[in-house]
Design a protein around this ligand. Structure first.
Ligand code: UDP
Length: 378
């Protein structure tokens, strides 16, 4: 019978399922949704365009092991992600960089600010906005205040529903000023999209005779934790249990609900070849949505129409919408620690992935963590 049970068929769960199956173990993979690949799930829509149902997911990594591992299951389409943010009505490249300076300021101001950046920091460095704000240099202080106000503050308040001082360093570190002219959103060595999408990638990972996949199945229907033991179909289970869902659900929310942030994803079909000047355009200061993604610019498609997605952040409510981001406040982390201590009582249960570990994992982080967990359990 099964030697490993994995709850959740997203990127982390699928990686562990594939690794255990390939090492000869019989794996049961349980997924509540009717499809695999968690929030990276993608599908071709009525316009013939590959869309990401749960918001844009761009693959990038510096980790050769992760790149080589995933490359076994998909060919890639080379893709460098670019993002613009609308500042005072004009879309300009972000991360805010030396080109952006010239788009938003008159030449003399841009020259002065560029000189201040270059005499203070090494070329090619990314400086998190809050670090730049601490600068003693008056020009850098001016620039930091500008970027903070025009790019960070209102976007982040919308996105997280929190005042800025409650927003974690894990988030603010993602808003840098870049001392360079590279307009790409990421600087990683490997940047590409799975040629046929993430869903196909994961289907390829799971196409193994040792993997039994149960979709449309809540883990409560199949597994239970009682005392310090695991039960599977009502019988004691001595194998490994990997859990990739929300940790509060594993313990029936006994210490209260862990807060996550959700998004109302509003897709729209536009009767035009092209909608906007970059794959993603952020609207920090206008509108209730945070950004618009145009999927045709991520996965090229021949279509007279184009599909766009507007993201409206909202609170996560269990059973009503989807959990996308752990909310990284001190209170939320303290609550998570209680669940984590509870989990530690079970020697054969491991939490893996963005939801279960309550971390801002990117796709490559989730795969890397899954590969490391597999090594540790073998
Ligand atoms: N952010 C911001 N302004 C922007 C883009 C991002 O303030 O124009 C902040 C915001 O708090 C956001 C975080 O940076 O939640 C990460 O944004 P990113 O789009 O890089 O990540 P994703 O939401 O795609 O995980």
């Amino acid at each position: 019978m099964f030697e490993v049970v994995i709850i959740g068929a997203g990127m982390a769960g699928a990686t562990l399922a594939e690794r255990f199956a390939s090492s000869g173990k019989k794996v049961l993979l349980i997924e509540r949704r009717r499809h695999v690949e968690g929030n990276c799930y993608d599908e071709v829509d009525a316009n013939g365009i590959l869309i990401h149902k749960y918001g844009p997911h761009l693959f990038h990594t510096d980790d050769a092991q992760v790149w080589e591992y995933l490359s076994r299951f998909t060919p890639w389409h080379l893709y460098f992600h670019r993002v613009k943010a609308v500042i005072d009505g004009k879309p300009v490249p972000i991360p805010f960089n030396l080109n952006t300076l010239r788009e938003v300021f008159p030449q003399s101001t841009a020259d002065k600010l560029e000189a201040a950046l270059l005499r203070t920091f090494d070329y090619g460095k990314k400086i998190p906005i809050l670090e730049l704000k601490k600068s003693a240099d008056a020009d850098l202080q001016f620039l930091a205040d500008f970027v903070y106000e025009k790019i960070f503050l209102h976007y982040s308040e919308k996105q997280w529903g929190l005042s800025p001082e409650k927003i974690s360093g894990a988030v603010t570190a993602r808003v840098p000023v870049f001392v360079g002219r590279d307009d790409r959103y990421f600087n990683d060595r490997f940047q590409a999209m799975p040629k046929f999408g993430y869903t196909r990638l994961v289907e390829n990972m799971l196409a193994h005779k040792n993997i039994k996949l149960m979709l449309n199945t809540d883990f409560h229907e199949v597994t239970a934790l009682r005392g310090e033991e695991i039960f599977l179909f009502g019988q004691r289970f001595d194998g490994q249990l990997i859990y990739t869902g929300q940790l509060d659900e594993l313990f029936d929310k006994r210490f209260g609900e862990l807060p996550y942030r959700s998004i109302d994803m509003q897709f729209d079909s536009v009767d035009a070849e092209k909608f906007q000047s970059a794959p993603v355009v952020n609207y920090p200061n206008n509108y209730d949505f945070t950004r618009i993604t145009e999927f045709k610019q991520i996965h090229p498609a021949q279509s007279p129409r184009t599909t766009i997605l507007r993201e409206y952040p909202q609170a996560y409510v269990a059973g009503v919408n989807e959990p996308y981001y752990p909310l990284f406040t001190d209170e939320a982390r303290a609550a998570y620690e209680k669940y984590s201590a509870e989990l530690a009582r079970f020697k054969n249960v491991t939490a893996v992935g963005r939801l279960a570990e309550y971390r801002y994992y990117d796709i490559d982080d989730a795969v890397k963590r899954a590969l490391d967990v597999f090594d540790a359990l073998n």
